[in-house]
Every structure is written in C-alpha cells, then in structure tokens.
Design a protein around this ligand. Structure first.
Ligand code: IPM
Ligand code: MN
Length: 356
C-alpha cells in the first residue's frame, strides 16, 4: 500500500510527523513517500503542485495531505498560490466527494462556544461536492462589463454551474452514506434564487427515488447556516455544492469546539482518496510545537477505512484518540482549566502509546 505524504506549509509538517508516527506503529507494510506541495512546492520546484508531486499522488493508493498556505505567498499571482495545489489535486484526481464529519467528543463539550446541551452528542456528516460549482466554472476573470448600469467599467466574474451527472453522483454518495447512519439527508441549496441550485434540487429529488429507505429534505443555505448553530443535532447527513459546503463545513466544525479535531476525506468514484485535516496551515502558530495533530491522525484513520480497506486499524486509531482525550491531554486549541496542556509531539506520542 503506497501512501503519498504531502505535509505542505505552516503547521503541516509538524502535524504530519505525528500521523506518520501513528502509521508506523500499526504493524502494516505501508510504503510512505513524501513530496512538496503548496508553498513548499513553489519554493522547491516553482509550482504549488509540482509535476512530480502530482505523479506521486496519482501512483499512490491514497494521499495524506497536511495543509497549505503562508502569508509570504499571498502576493503571488493566483495560479502560483499554495491553494492551487489542493484545488489542482482535487480536480486532477477527480476527488468529487468531500466527507467532513463533525463529531463532538464528550470530553470536549466545554470547548464549544455553544451551550453543551445544544452540541453534546453531535454527530453530523457534511458531504460537499468538490470539483464543480463556482470554484471551477468557466468563464471567469476580470473584463470590461458588457452591459447593464455598470457597462464599460471593469468587473470580476465567475460562473456557477453543475452538470446533471455531477449532481447525481454526489447525491448517490450522500444517500449511501446515510444508509450507514441515521437514514436522513438534508440537501442544501439556494433554489429560491439560483438556477443552478433549482436544478440541483430537482436532480437530488430524482435520485432520491432510488433510496426509499432514506428521508430527504431540502433547505436553503441561509436557513441551514442558522439551523447549524440553533439546533445542529437535527441533522444527520447534509449534502451540498462546493461553495456552500466550504462555508457550512467551517461552521459545523466550530460547533465541536475546535477545527483542530476534524478529519476529512475527498474521494473519487473508486474510493481512492485524499485525506486532510479540515483546518488550514495556521502560519501564526507554525513551528511552535503547539498545533493539534489529532485531525491529521484521524484523517489517517479515515484513509485506512475508505481507501486502504483496513477499517479495524481505523477503529484502533479512533479509540486511541478517545483514550488520550479521556486522559485529559489537550493541545492549546482545546485546553480547559483542569486538563493537561501538551504540545504537538507529546500528543502524537500519547496516541502512539495508547495504540500499544
Ligand atoms: C477547504 C479550503 C479550500 C477550499 C481552500 C484552501 C482552497 O478552504 O478545503 O475548505 O476553499 O476548498
Ligand atoms: Mn474551507
């Protein structure tokens, strides 16, 4: 089993080191190969997604990704910015299905900004379409405005679009995920305003006919944002487009107290996947040894489950993470008085120890 290890920038290398430690003590024969990506890709090879990194990702059975981005690359032209690495990998590897679970560990109920009764026991799954929508739609750019009251001025523009098959395949992923959970899907759209999302609603409704065992409801994205902070436990699986999913998944992540806890999986049609923490590269705390490695470690667990056919190893890791939390160990982002503050390395070591 070949795993591409792409640490990236900021806290990426520190947290990835912990996940690699964990992979190495599972007693499996993994072939781990590391490559530069993001700012590190640009610095070392002149491009955020170097050809050699993409080739490695293609050849691997799965990709474990840290995080990309740093202030020092903010002034580069868009095509060279670190974010292009992750967008490029998603597109090139056709990773259209992004699974972002938001689970509240009971030990962390106090770390949420919401009242414990609103979030305790929270277990929702956001499924974000990842290779379409306004993120990739063309045409896009800056041009002279062709008509209307601003005719002749410069304007920026992007294109929101979804092909029928793109909507169908993500809807299938959502309904099938719900079959393994509470059998409820909420499709989030903006059908009251956008043609693209009226079409989305129609297609999701049609695919639903194949899943009579699943309860489907539709919700406008603004209401979904509100319900996520008002009564998040009402949801089971949420499925939505790329842009709405980007926004709602950050919101859902924060319900759990820390985005530092949440893994994610981005899958293609054959369950080959890229696994990454839901958080970013946090350049402000990079190199300080205080970042929370648990989201990356839990991403490795998702990788074992979805792409590598090792669900029992995934469970071992998840159990070890729970054990470490139960021991009261906390990185700074989830620290509360009465718990023990540890650094990135210590947290990784604690998970390794709990696995033994
Ligand atoms: C995410 C990130 C990315 C996105 C950025 C870094 C391109 O915010 O994975 O949610 O917008 O998809
Ligand atoms: Mn995001």
């Amino acid at each position: 089993m070949k795993i591409a290890i792409l640490p990236g920038d900021g806290i990426g290398p520190e947290i990835m080191k912990q996940a690699v430690k964990v992979l190495n003590v599972l007693g499996e024969r993994f072939e781990l190969e590391t490559a530069d990506v993001g700012g590190a890709g640009y610095a070392g090879h002149g491009h955020p997604l170097p050809a050699s990194t993409l080739a490695l990702a293609r050849a691997a059975d799965a990709v474990l990704f840290g995080a990309v981005g740093d202030y020092k690359y903010d002034s580069l032209e868009r095509s060279l910015r670190p974010e292009q690495a992750i967008l490029g990998l998603r597109k090139e590897l056709a990773l259209f299905a992004n699974l972002r679970p938001a689970i509240l560990y009971p030990e962390l109920a106090g770390a949420s900004t919401l009242k414990p009764e609103v979030v305790s026991g929270l277990d929702i799954l956001i499924i974000r379409e990842l290779t379409g929508d306004i993120y990739f739609g063309k045409p896009r750019g800056v041009r002279e405005c062709p008509d209307g009251p601003f005719k002749g001025e410069r304007e920026g523009f992007d294109t929101m679009r979804y092909a029928e098959s793109e909507i169908r395949r993500i809807a299938h992923v959502a309904f099938q995920a719900a079959q393994k959970r509470d059998r409820r899907v909420t499709s989030v759209d903006k059908a009251n305003v956008l043609e693209t999302f009226q079409f989305w609603r129609d297609i999701v409704t049609d695919v639903h006919k194949e899943y009579p065992d699943i309860e489907l409801d539709h919700m406008y994205v603004d209401n979904a944002a509100m319900q996520l902070v008002r009564a998040p436990k009402k949801f089971d699986v949420l499925v939505t487009g790329n842009m709405f999913g980007d926004i709602l998944s950050d919101c859902a992540a924060m319900l759990t107290g820390s985005i530092g806890m949440l893994p994610s999986a981005s899958l293609d049609a054959n369950n080959k996947g890229l696994y990454e923490p839901s958080h970013g590269s946090a350049p402000d705390i990079a190199g300080k040894g205080i970042a929370n490695p648990l989201a990356t470690i839990l991403s490795a667990a998702m990788m074992l489950r979805f792409s590598l056919g090792r669900p029992e190893q995934a469970e071992r890791i998840e159990t070890a993470v729970k054990a470490v939390l139960a021991q009261g160990l906390r990185t700074a982002d989830i620290y509360e008085p009465g718990t023990t503050r540890v650094g990135t390395d210590e947290m990784g070591d604690a998970v390794v120890k709990a696995l033994a």
